[in-house]
Write a protein that binds this ligand. Sequence first.
Ligand code: FAD
Length: 486
Amino acid sequence: MKHTPTPAGLAALEAQLAQDLEFLELPAKPWVPRQMHDGLPVRDVVVIGAGMCGLAATAKLVLTGITNVVAYDAAPAGLEGPWVTFARMQTLRSPKTLNGPSLGLPQLTFRAWFTAQWGVEAWQSLDKIPRVQWMEYLIWYRKVLDLPVRNSVRMTGVAPVDDLIAIDVEGSETGRVLTRHLVLATGRSGLGGFAVPDFLKGIDRTYLAHSADNIDFDALKGKRVAVIGAGASSMDNAATALEAGAGSVDMLIRRKEMPRINKLTGIGSQGVVHGIYHLPDAWKWKFFDYTASTQTPPPRSSTLRVSRHPNARFLLDCGIVSVEQDAEGLLVETTQGPMRFDFLIAATGFSNDFSDRPEFAAIAPHIRTWSDGRYTPDMGPPRAGMSEAPDLGPAFEFRERVPGSCPMLSHIHCFNDAAMLTHGKVSGDIPAVSAGADRLVRGITASLFAEDVETHFANLIAYDIPELLGDEWADSTPLLQKEAVQ
Ligand SMILES: Cc1cc2nc3c(=O)[nH]c(=O)nc-3n(C[C@H](O)[C@H](O)[C@H](O)COP(=O)(O)OP(=O)(O)OC[C@H]3O[C@@H](n4cnc5c(N)ncnc54)[C@H](O)[C@@H]3O)c2cc1C
């Protein structure tokens, strides 16, 4: 990393951030009345997941004066999200200038963090953000805001307790936690799991991995590897296998052509960020159906990282018909004929199928999805991955499939990728996560305030600290009477 002579350093940045927060009177003063239930403390909000979305949501809550909050993450500190676990790209796809989770605070941006340490020249010569460095920035973000995050704690269940939500946690904290609102910032795989095509069901894991699995790439040295898909993760996994010495890597791509245009990113604007949510449903469907059909291309650099290897092949129009395992490995029947491989990596994405996750067993049957009436056939053909998207309210809250069947859903907020069809891309990717956190926290704020309205009104009545002491004026009315007599 190139150092310029006088970067201000992180301490100076942190001092500037502290001053900005003070000038803006942030964090706002706590204002939510504390609740107890049967002698147990009740959280105002519990956030599950302390990846980028969970951190942004937690920070926004705290800055808004909702401080009785905790975020839990199953991962150990510093290993949240995909960045240093299963993400295998060298740099982020996102442009370095995006303000990400900075919540409108310039000193909280990646750019401020970077230039404070390495200077403006280094910033100018930086192309894309190195993947690991993005994680380092998120670690700093959490630290500098002193966010209430507890790691190595997994949420394993949700249940209603009167009008509260009880969550079960396991790990470095174990037991039941009561909360008024629950935010699921559980990431791309957080509501469902890995999407694995039917033709791979039953294949032994010694021959097969999902791109988000922990893969032993050294074990692929000299092996014939196939990667299914043509997205970013396909390229990253193929490149990692090639760099680890795989004998050959075939990219099995069903499409006749590689997707080449990043449509939704191309039209990115504040209009898209704030406008999609307010569009009629037919328009939301149209936008996301079109982008799903055109698909997001892999980044150019990731594709070149694969194609520079002579033992990599891009096999287009190569759909998979069936996969069988035998003594020689895998026999893959494709639309281009049979092929033999030793190992297959399915870069086939994630699903929003709540029933895949035991921690959501209690709520999954009650969650209303787009297929429960929000989607209508006049919007276009149904599309897997969209039809089962949750039908969310304005604060990302779930809705009940049958009214009255699971009232706590109105206090469970789906702040993750699954919200996209209802809310646009504001709860999953770097570009608009601050806007998403703002929308989420405004909704939670309104809900908490309305539910406590009697207490707030009682506080209004009880408030009795005078601004005027009584010695600032004299009543002139007697003078009027005197004037009238004269
Ligand atoms: C390989 C890959 C590369 C990507 N590259 C980019 C990129 O370049 N630019 C971009 O904008 N986006 C990128 N993304 C999208 C990326 O997922 C998001 O930008 C970012 O990670 C979203 O943050 P998140 O908080 O929603 O999810 P995550 O970062 O995935 O965090 C979710 C957290 O929830 C925790 N969790 C889940 N379930 C539980 C539970 N039951 N109990 C406790 N904790 C739980 C997990 O441990 C995890 O830490 C990429 C995604 C992948 C998979």
